[in-house]
Each structure stands twice: as C-alpha cells, then as structure tokens.
Design a binder for this molecule. Sequence first.
Ligand SMILES: Nc1ncnc2c1ncn2[C@@H]1O[C@H](COP(=O)(O)OP(=O)(O)OP(=O)(O)O)[C@@H](O)[C@H]1O
Length: 501
Amino acid sequence: MPFAVYGLRKSYGGVEVLKGVDLEVADGEIHALLGANGAGKSTLIKCLSGAIVPDSGTMMVGVEHFDGFTPRTARQAGISVIYQDLSLAASLDVADNMFLGQELRIGPFVRKRAQRREAARWLDELGVDIRPTAALSTLGNAGLQAVEIAKSLRTRPKVLILDEPTAALSEKEAEALGEQLLALKKQKLPLLYVTHRLAEVFTLADRVTVLRGGQVVLTGAVKDLNRDDLVDAIAGERIARGRPAAQAGAARTTAVSVRGLLAPGIGPVDLDIREGEVLGVFGLVGSGRTELVETLFGSHRRFAGTVSIDGRTIAASSPGDAVAAGVALVPSDRLRKSIIGSLSAGENMLLPSYAALAMAGVRRFARERLAFNTAVTPLNLQPPRIDLQARRFSGGNQQKLVIARWLNDTIGCRLLMLDEPTQGVDVGARRDIYAAIRASADAGKSVLVTSSEPEELVQIADRVVVLSAGRVAAIVEHEDIEEGRLLALAHEVEHQGRKTA
Ligand SMILES: Nc1ncnc2c1ncn2[C@@H]1O[C@H](COP(=O)(O)OP(=O)(O)OP(=O)(O)O)[C@@H](O)[C@H]1O
C-alpha cells in the first residue's frame, strides 16, 4: 500500500519549518530522508505520527486519504513510528514486551505460550535470532531495535517510519539493522528512514529525499545519485572535501600520560597523548571506548593506574577532580547526560564557566554573550539564539550546544575528550565540528576523540588507538590511517581474542 504526504506545512511562532512538503514512498521501498540539523525531518515525522498537528497537508495510504494528523488518524492509517528512544520495559522478556498493553488473553489469563509463538514468528520474519523468552538485558542495541521493530510489525502497520535508528549504533550493529530492513522489504511495506549516515543510503535505500530549510530540495532514485549530490543538497553549497592537513605529531611533546590504567572492562592501558594532537580511539562495540574516556574523566571507578598531565599526576577519582585538573569530556549520550531542556541555550552552554565569567560574584551579561557567540559561531548553531530554551533546538543543534560548552576556552582545559562527537550530526555540521576539534588541538590542547565510524577518524585523527576488550590492540600512525585498516585491525584482534578465549 503506497504512502504519500502532500503539502505539509508547520510553523512555530511565525517561523515556517515545513514549507509544503511532498513525499511518496512505494510498497517495498526503503526511502531515506536526509537533511541538515534543523531541516525539519523530526517535525515531518511527528506530524505523520500525530504527535504534533501541522497547519495543513494531506496523507494517502493506499487509496485512502487522511487529513486529520492526530494519533488516532495515524493508528487508523496504520503508521508506525520507531523513535530513537525505544519504548521497551527492561524487566520484561522479549515476548512480554511485544505484547505489553495488548496481551492475548482468555478471560483474566494471559496466553503466554500463544504470545511467545507469535513473537517468534515476527522475530523470524525480521530474520533475527532472538528467543521470545530472552531477557532484554541480554540483548545489544541492535537486538533491542529488532524487538521494537517486531513489536511494531505485530500491529500489522501499513507504513513503517524509523527516526535515525542507527544514530546510537556501532557500525556492526547498524549493519545488522540494515539486514532487518532488507528483510522487511519482502513484506512490501513502505519504509521511511531518517539517517545522517550517507554510506547507509547507498547500501540500503531505493530512493532518497533531502529536506533543506523545510523544503524538499532533492528526491530521486539512489542509483542515479552519488555521495557528492547528496552532500551538496543537504548543505546547500559545495562543501570542502578531502582530508585536512596532518599534524607533524612525532616532534611534539607528551602532555598526557596514562600508565597501568585498570577499571571495570578496561586495561591495563598505557597511553601517551601529545600536546596539540588529535588522538582517535577506534574499536568495535564492547571494546571499551566509552569506558576508557569515562575512567579518565573519573566518572567510572578506577582500580589502579596513574594519569598525569604536564608531568603532574591527577587524582581524577571524580569528574570534579578531573575538571579541576583540566580534563573535559563531551559524553556520547549528550542529550540525556548534558542538556537541560528547560534552561536557555546560553545557560546550558555556559554552565561550567559562570564562575570564570562573573566578576566579584556578579554575572556579566555582555561577557556571557561574547563567550556564547565565540563558541557557537564556528559550529554554525541554528538558530544562534542565547535565550532560546534548549529543548526548542533540533537534536543536532542541541549536540552542538554541548560541544560548544567544552570548546569554550574560559575553562582552561588541557585534555579534551569527545565521545562520538558527530552522532546525529549532519555533514555540514560535521565539518564545523572537525574544524573546531582541530582548532582546539592547534591551541595546544590534547584531544581524544572516540568514533565508531572509521571514516571519521581518517578525517580528523593524527594517530589512532585501536581498542579491543578494553586494551590497546594497536596504534596506527597518521600515514597508515585508512578505513579498511582500522576495521581489519579491530576485527582481527577481536577474532583472535575469541579463538584464545
Ligand atoms: N517546539 C518548537 N518550538 C520552536 N521551534 C521548534 C520547535 N521544535 C522544532 N523547532 C524548530 O524547527 C526546526 C526543525 O527542527 P527538526 O527537529 O524538525 O529538525 P531535524 O531535521 O529533525 O534536525 P536534527 O537532524 O538536528 O534532528 C528547527 O529550526 C527547530 O529549531
């Protein structure tokens, strides 16, 4: 049953964020929806699910025509949306989750066996090997996504929409999800899929639509388009390509030195980070990337080992110690760990620097504004408004706010760590973030960047540490950093680890 939406419009306070969007998705088609941060993708999807009411527009599912855009209309039309924040209950098993609130019953009794049978059927349709009785805690991110999709399939949707399902997934998990989507094609469902990962468009999607500033600027068959076509449509300009200049790293002095670091899931790790260097950390899921940076930041328990900066050993048994010693961390789960939606953009960004910006305990608004503008301008925050509540920014622009917080120079940081800094961020903004990372290194900071995308480290890192099972498996020098090599190293060591385990 093909799906289409025509003339969709939505304004917030006089600003039109969807300007008459048309979109058509055929049966069994995977349609990628792309666009820069703030282009209107989430708003479009929320209109389709009935979460927000558009100003005008109509929707067709098959030959039926809908123009109500309420949650009830979405249900009647058979629209099922899978958001990044999954709606699963951790204490229930897979089958119970899939039937939560819609249990199969005979009188007061839940038909557990029938539920499990049906759950198994849908998981099978999806091509995943997950038992209906499995506890959710035994599943990885891709498994949890699969359960959420199977749960949605059970309601026999006519259109399936996925809002950035791979944003929080590693490369390998995203591949697993891709296979599930390809399995779904066989069900002849129209599938609309939001992503910022362009590589996925070419491996998964049949057609693609790019939104820019609330308008469709490109729609077409993926086979007729190349990466540059997509990048240009998203960014609205020809953006610089290729790899930024490397740093002459070897001559630089060691600024951060880690010795014998041992923590849950980590170590022992020895690591040196040079002054002015961008050190990439690459590894597969479970390799300990996030644990490593959180241990260095003191938010993870540490059993043993020392960390010194400029020759001084730092305590780092708490994030407070770490910040005082000049360590900053931009966490991966930024929106949940770092943004306070009800506070303004300025308050969110300047939180750690209020003391430094105030004089004799009195806030200096002009200084705050200057610090805000200095930090957000290089990242092209949209809209660049210090007073707007953080939750009114699009997801990617909220990410920029947190990153800007730590790029803000008033806090005197020596070691800047960014965990997956471009998750959920569009290609244009990625370029801005890469440039800001490089500028921090050029200003003499040591920068550590983790990424699950090898391509990203090729772009930004001076050296790359490959982690496996919490240990340093390899260090790749600048001239040897290549996507294939990083992946091969990470897979190779993992494979060897399994063989000897
Ligand atoms: N409640 C709101 N009030 C005011 N403006 C809003 C509100 N919600 C969204 N916007 C604005 O609408 C525009 C579109 O936002 P939307 O979240 O749809 O973007 P997006 O394409 O999903 O971006 P991202 O890739 O960053 O998630 C943005 O400029 C955003 O600031």
